[in-house]
Design a protein. Sequence first.
Length: 133
Amino acid sequence: MQAKMSRFKQFVRFCIAGAAGVVVYYATLYCLTEYLGVWYIASAVIGFILNTGLNFTLQKLWTFQNKEMQLVGRQFMLYVAMNISFLIGNTVFLYLMVQYLHMWYIGAQMILTVIISILSFIISGQIFKPSQT
């Protein structure tokens, strides 16, 4: 029972920390596209990069409470690799949903955000698992 509650607490923290990154992401996406005329795909890439830096720090230290620093370089590389994979998938599916399904780019991105968030929680839990020393 304790493990389930701890996992639930992690998920709540993950969502809260992720929300901060999502706000940065959507603000970047919307402002660059609507106010500066940047192509929505480029805006999405820039927002994704900003989101990655913020979320690595919050997820490692707060969500998964991993204060170990000896593996931080490896964890960062794995986290970046995960996010690059998500970036590629997000960009491809965002483009397909907007261009071929004729969805509004914000609505398409919301759907993709939910899917990516679930996958990210599962994979991040493995990346930030405490070492067995």
